[in-house]
Ligand binder design. Structure first.
Ligand code: F0G
Length: 459
């Protein structure tokens, strides 16, 4: 029998209380937070979809692993376990533990970056771009054209445009390319997968020109699920085999373990190149910690080793992807426009088209994030002109390419009824959408303004 209900493939053994608030209270709290959901406390939130990073629930096995954690400074048993798990998965010989993804990025891109260097990706995640630019290098995003059309149903919208890759290599010279990076899945592009065929093509080009090819693999298991179920000829492989094949096509990987290793903190850099590994290790010891723990406790490394196994189990991955799709499909049925197809870790609502009466300089995405909170206590994240907009010399807004609101789903945390609640809030929100007004920024810092900016409603 085919069941419509998504049965969470776990039981709940320990619960965390949610503070139930009223709409009245929330109207007041969001005003106090200057209409910026980042400035709310977690206690003020009912369903927190701000990020899927570090917000997952660990399994009983992982918690047991926490107790077994070996906290020795050098050569801890837990480090050996983590190293073995990473080596077995990636096939790379050299592993560097870090406290999270961006620390691994900082080590690698700090080494191979620098003024005059060029990095090319399907889409650099914010921290990736920031680390590259901080080194003095330049970062180019070249997703396929379909990636920028929210309604396009292309099955692998995370793919890189390989024609543009060749153009950029010709333009800048192979010797100036710091690295070519595939972000799997492509977070900034909607959590969309990259195909094995595209990975192979990128790999071949990198080999042809002798370029360093890196996977940003934080959602590699989710990406493998899409490959198995969407890409011709891949259905008989296991998810892990697909991931291993992807790794075998690249020269190294950076991972934020806070995603597909289902831990609350951790990351790594894995490489085949011994010299690069040794250079990065020197910086690691100066900035993060000794080479057998990076910035991590032994117990964190133990949990990573276990999470990297659990994440590839069919029951987990199937539940994970179908439950994200479930939320997206329900919203689409209500007429709520989203990036299509629904990605792996999040649903991205197209706020520009949903609130088509709010001009982009009044931030329709921010307006939607505030409405979601007021009506349902749901916290989501604007990914539009608040986050990526720039200010022109005359003070006007240079808008972002899209005005999105991301609802990222923490792993193994919310049940289907809680997701149904989110759907119900959207159904209600749809009924008075014309009345919703935009926002203006009244205070903003110089960098990464979305985290701390203050807003006021327009009119
Ligand atoms: N790469 C990608 C694709 C990411 O999504 C993230 C983090 C990182 C690198 C950096 O990892 O946070 O462990 O330092 N993404 C989080 C998010 C923050 O909400 O999407 P980190």
């Amino acid at each position: 029998m085919h069941h419509k209900i998504i049965i969470e493939p776990f039981r709940i053994k320990m619960v965390e209380k949610i503070n139930m608030t009223t709409e009245e209270e929330r109207v007041e709290m969001i005003q106090k937070a200057h209409y910026n959901p980042f400035l709310l406390t977690a206690e003020e939130v009912i369903i927190d979809l701000l990020t899927d990073s570090g917000t997952g629930a660990m399994s009983a096995e992982q918690w047991a692993g926490m107790m077994r954690g070996d906290e020795s400074y050098a050569g801890a048993r837990s480090w050996i376990r983590m190293k073995n798990a990473v080596q077995e998965l990636t096939g790379y010989e050299y592993v560097i533990p870090t406290h999270q993804g961006r620390a691994a990025e900082h080590l690698l891109y700090g080494k191979v970056g620098g003024p005059g260097k060029v990095f090319i990706s399907n889409t650099h995640f914010d921290t990736t771009r920031a680390n590259i630019e901080y080194s003095g290098a330049t970062a180019f995003d070249i997703p396929i054209d379909e990636a920028l059309i929210p309604s396009s149903e292309h099955p692998f919208k995370g793919n890189m445009n390989t024609e543009k890759l060749r153009q950029l290599i010709a333009e800048h010279g192979a010797q100036n390319i710091g690295a070519v990076i595939l972000t799997v899945t492509n977070n900034s592009g909607g959590g969309q997968p990259v195909s094995l065929a595209n990975t192979k093509e990128v790999s071949d080009i990198c080999k042809e020109f002798g370029l360093l090819f890196v996977l940003d693999c934080c959602r590699i298991a989710e990406n493998a699920y899409f490959i198995k179920h969407r890409e011709a000829g891949q259905q008989d492989k296991t998810y892990k085999q697909i991931a291993q094949e992807m790794f075998s096509l690249a020269d190294g990987a950076v991972m934020s373990a806070k995603k597909d290793a289902i831990v609350n903190m951790g990351g790594f850099l894995a490489l085949n190149d011994k010299r690069l590994f040794e250079e990065c290790t020197t910086v690691l010891i100066i900035t993060e910690g000794y080479s057998t723990y990076g910035g991590l406790s032994g117990r964190d490394m133990e949990a990573i080793a276990i999470g990297l196994q659990e994440v590839f189990e069919h029951d987990y991955l199937h539940y994970r992807i179908t439950s994200t799709t479930y939320l997206g499909r329900k919203l689409n049925e209500l007429g709520i426009p989203t990036i299509r197809p629904i990605g792996g870790h999040a649903v991205y609502v197209d706020a520009k088209s949903f609130y088509d009466h709010i001009p982009v300089h009044q931030f329709p995405g921010q307006a939607l994030a505030v409405e979601l909170y007021k009506l349902g206590g749901i916290r989501a994240c604007e990914i539009g002109s608040v986050m990526f907009g720039k200010t022109a010399e005359d003070g006007s807004l240079i808008p972002a390419k899209m005005e999105l609101v991301r609802m990222a789903i923490p792993r193994r945390v919310y049940t289907q009824s809680q997701i149904d609640y989110v759907v119900e809030v959207f159904a209600e929100l749809r009924n008075h959408k014309e009345k919703v007004k935009g926002f203006k920024i009244v205070k903003e810092p110089k960098f990464l303004r979305h985290f701390t900016a203050h807003f006021e409603p327009v009119g």
